[in-house]
Design a protein around this ligand. Structure first.
Ligand code: WT7
Length: 655
C-alpha cells in the first residue's frame, strides 16, 4: 500500500468511530423512523404481514405463521407465483424499464427490459412443459452469468418446478451429486462461459456428469461461446431453437405459499452437501422486504449492482428474486473484476451510473491490494450506498470501501445471513442505524437474534458466544431436501428445537450491536464461500496415493481464510512439488477450483490423540504460525515440530 493511502486509513481507522446516517440520506430514506423496530418487536407477525402485502397474491393467506418446532410455515392458505411477482405485475406500468443491464466479459452489452424478460420466461416455461417438466419436478441449472440464467429460474418458478442452480465453478462430480440428490429431470446449461478471458467448458463437465445421472431426460444448451461442443442426439437440445418456436403465452401457476421454490446446495460439516429447501411466499416476502429496506431501494432511479454469482444464495436472493420483485434495474456482469484490467468494475459503475453496490469483503480486500488508483480513474459519484456480505468485514476494509469506493459519502451496510436464512437477518437500516465499522449492527425488524453461552443463556451486552435466532423468519429454509433428520440435528439440537443455531460465533457490545466472529464448526469461509474441511479431506484421500489428510482454515489477507492441507502420502510416493500440483488438480476435479488447497504440507504422520483422532486444533495453530495450544493428549509430539518447520517455509507467499 502506498504511504499516502496508509496515512489516510490510519487517520480514519479508529474502531470506536461511528457513522450516523448522513442527514440528507436519512431524510430521503424509505425507512428513517426507529419505531419500525419497536413495532416489529411488539408484533412480529403483523410486521411480516405488512411486508407480505407488498407482493401480489392470487389468494390471501389465512394464517401468518404456524410454528411447530423445528418446523415453521408461513402465510398459510395463501397462493401466489414468484415469476408473476417478479415480472407480470410490473408490466402495466414498467414493461420498458430495464431489469438487467448485462455485460459479457468479452465486452458485449445487452439491456433486457421487464417486458422482454417476461416474454423470454414465458417461452422457456412453455419449452419446459413440452419437455415434460411438471409442477413439483426439479430442474438443474448450470449456467454462466448470462440473462438466460435468471430467465431459467423464473421459468421454473412460473410452472411450479423447483430449480437447483449449481455454480458454474463446480466440477462435473459436484454437478452430478447435486443432480442425483435432487433427481432433476432436465438440465439447463451452456456450451461454455467466459472467465478471465478463458472459456469455462461447462458442456464438457455436463457430459462427464451425465454419465451417471439416471433422472435426467433432456439437456437444454444455451450457445454462449459458440464453440463446437458435442450434442447427444435425443438428449441435448439447443436453447435458442426451442425458445424461438415456443408460444409467449404462459399463465403463472397459482402456487401454495409453501410450495417449494428452489433447492440450493451448501456445505455442511460432513462430505455430503445439504440441499437447502426454500418455499415461495415467505421467501419472497423476506427477500423483497430486506432488499427494499436495507438498500433503501428507489426502483425508479436506482441502478443496483449485486456483484455476486447467481450460483450462490446471494445471487438468488439479491440479483434475482429481491430486485425483480421490487421492479428495479440491476447490473448483471459475467466475468472477473480484473479483466481486461483491474478497473473493470469501476468502469461499469461509471458507465451505468450505479447507485448501490453490494459485494464481499474478499473482493474489497483484493481491491485494496490493487490500490486506489483503479477506482480513482473513474467518476463514481453516482454511488450512494454500499453493502457487504459473506464474512466478517474487518474495519480496515470497511473504511477503505467507504473512502475509496464510496467517496467518503456512502453508508456501508454489513449484512449477515446465510443460505439457510434466505434473506438478510442482521444488518443496519441505512437511514436509521449508526454504523460501526466491522459490525453487522442489529437484527432486521422481525428478527429475534441473541448471543448465548454453551447452556443457551443470553450472554448480555459485552459478552461473546453463539449466535442464535429465537424465532423463525419467513425467508428461512424449511428443511434439507430428503433429509429432515439432518435438518433437526444440524440446526435445532444444540439449544432446543425452537432455537435456530446458524453455526456462527458472535459478540454483543455494550450498545447491543452484533459482531460476527466466523464459524464455530468445521466450515471454512474461502473468499466468502462456504467449504467444509471434511469435503476437502475427502477429496484428498480420494486420490489413490494419499494415505491420510487433514485440512484446516488459516487466515488469509484477501480471501478471509485459506485452505491449509496436511497430507501423508502412501508408501512409495514422494511428497514433492509435482505431487502438490497433482493434488490441487485432483481437488479441483472432485469439488471445483474454489476448494483447491492454498498450501499442502507433506508429512509422515499427523498429530493425533491416543485414540487416533486427528488434532486439527493443533494443525490450525501450526498453519497460523502461532504457539501451540494444549498438547497433553497428543500421542506423537515430535511430528508437530517437523510439520511446523515445513509449514513455516510456506508462510511468506501471501501478504
Ligand atoms: C456464512 C453463510 C449470505 C450469503 C453469502 C454466504 C458468514 C455471511 C456475514 C457477515 C460475518 C458472515 C457466516 C455465515 N457470513 N455474511 N456479514 N458477517 N459473517 O452464504 O455460504 O450460506 O455462508 O457466511 O459465517 O454463517 P453462505
Amino acid at each position: 500500500m502506498d504511504r499516502e493511502v496508509e496515512r489516510t486509513l490510519e487517520a480514519l481507522l479508529d474502531e470506536r468511530r461511528t457513522f450516523a446516517p448522513p442527514e440528507a440520506f436519512a431524510k430521503a430514506a424509505i425507512l428513517n423512523d426507529p419505531s419500525v423496530y419497536t413495532e416489529a418487536e411488539r408484533d412480529p407477525d403483523a410486521w411480516w404481514e405488512t411486508q407480505a402485502e407488498r407482493l401480489d397474491w392470487f389468494v390471501r393467506w389465512e394464517r401468518v405463521l404456524e410454528w411447530e418446532p423445528p418446523h415453521h410455515r408461513w402465510f398459510l392458505g395463501g397462493q401466489l407465483n414468484a415469476s408473476h411477482n417478479c415480472l407480470d405485475r410490473h408490466l402495466a406500468e414498467n414493461a420498458d424499464r430495464v431489469a438487467y443491464h448485462w455485460i459479457g466479459e468479452p465486452g458485449e452489452k445487452r439491456s433486457v427490459t421487464y417486458g422482454e424478460l417476461h416474454e423470454e420466461v414465458c417461452k422457456l416455461a412453455n419449452v419446459l412443459k413440452e419437455l415434460g417438466v411438471q409442477k413439483g419436478d426439479r430442474v438443474a441449472i448450470y449456467l454462466p452469468m448470462i440473462p438466460e440464467l435468471p430467465a431459467a429460474m423464473l421459468a421454473c418458478a412460473r410452472i411450479g418446478a423447483a430449480h437447483s442452480v449449481v455454480f458454474g465453478g463446480f466440477s462435473a462430480e459436484s454437478l452430478r451429486d447435486r443432480i442425483n440428490d435432487a433427481e432433476a429431470k432436465v438440465l439447463i446449461t451452456a456450451d461454455g462461459g467466459y472467465r478471465r478471458g478463458d472459456v469455462v467448458p461447462l458442456k464438457t463437465n455436463v457430459d462427464e456428469a451425465l454419465t451417471a445421472t439416471p433422472s435426467i431426460e433432456k439437456v437444454v444448451v444455451v450457445q454462449r461461446t459458440g464453440e463446437d461442443v458435442p450434442m447427444q442426439e435425443g438428449r441435448d437440445l439447443v436453447y435458442s431453437e426451442l425458445v424461438a418456436n415456443a408460444s409467449p403465452d404462459c399463465d403463472a401457476e397459482a402456487l401454495d405459499s409453501e410450495h417449494m421454490l428452489y433447492i440450493l446446495y451448501t456445505s455442511g460439516t460432513t462430505g455430503k452437501p445439504k440441499g437447502i429447501v426454500h418455499t415461495t411466499g415467505g421467501y419472497l416476502t423476506g427477500v423483497s422486504s430486506t432488499h427494499r429496506s436495507i438498500f433503501d431501494l428507489k426502483p425508479e432511479t436506482d441502478v443496483y449492482w449485486c456483484a455476486a454469482d447467481i450460483g450462490w444464495v446471494t445471487g438468488h436472493s439479491y440479483i434475482v428474486y429481491g430486485p425483480l420483485a421490487n421492479g428495479c434495474t440491476s447490473i448483471l456482469y459475467e466475468g472477473a473484476p480484473d479483466y481486461p484490467d483491474k478497473d473493470r468494475w469501476w468502469s461499469i459503475v461509471e458507465e451505468y451510473g450505479v447507485t448501490i453496490l453490494y459485494t464481499a469483503p474478499t473482493a474489497i480486500r483484493t481491491f485494496m491490494k490493487w490500490g486506489p488508483d483503479f477506482p480513482r480513474k473513474h467518476d463514481m459519484s453516482s454511488l450512494r450506498l454500499l453493502g457487504s456480505v459473506g464474512e466478517p468485514i474487518n474495519p480496515e476494509a470497511w473504511i477503505w470501501y467507504q473512502e475509496f469506493i464510496g467517496g467518503g459519502r456512502t453508508p456501508v451496510v454489513d449484512t449477515w445471513w446465510q443460505t439457510e436464512t434466505g434473506a438478510i437477518a442482521i444488518s443496519p437500516l441505512p437511514g436509521i442505524t449508526t454504523l460501526k465499522p466491522g459490525s453487522a449492527t442489529k437484527p432486521y425488524p422481525g428478527v429475534f437474534a441473541d448471543v448465548v453461552d454453551e447452556s443457551g443463556r443470553g450472554v448480555g451486552p459485552g459478552g461473546g458466544g453463539y449466535l442464535v435466532l429465537k424465532r423463525p423468519l419467513p425467508s428461512m429454509f424449511r428443511t434439507i431436501y430428503g433429509d429432515d433428520q439432518r435438518y433437526r440435528e444440524t440446526y435445532f439440537s444444540k439449544f432446543g428445537d425452537d432455537i435456530y443455531f446458524p453455526g456462527d460465533g458472535a459478540k454483543l457490545d455494550d450498545d447491543g450491536y452484533f459482531w460476527l466472529l466466523g464459524r464455530v464448526d468445521d466450515v471454512m469461509n474461502i473468499a466468502g464461500h462456504r467449504i467444509s474441511t471434511y469435503e476437502v479431506e475427502s477429496a484428498l484421500v480420494d486420490h489413490p496415493a494419499v494415505a491420510e489428510a487433514a485440512v484446516v482454515g488459516r487466515r488469509h489477507p484477501q480471501e478471509g481464510e485459506a485452505i491449509a492441507a496436511f497430507v501423508t502420502p502412501k508408501a512409495g510416493r514422494e511428497g514433492d512439488e509435482d505431487f502438490a500440483v497433482e493434488l490441487r488438480a485432483h481437488v479441483a476435479k472432485v469439488i471445483g477450483k474454489i476448494a483447491r488447497p492454498h498450501s499442502i504440507v507433506f508429512t509422515d504422520d499427523l498429530p493425533k490423540t491416543r485414540s487416533g483422532k486427528i488434532m486439527r486444533r493443533l494443525l490450525r495453530d501450526v498453519a497460523e504460525g502461532r504457539a501451540l495450544g494444549d498438547v497433553t493428549t497428543l500421542q506423537n509430539a515430535p511430528i508437530l515440530d517437523e510439520i511446523r518447520t515445513k509449514a513455516n517455509s510456506l508462510q511468506g507467499d501471501e501478504s
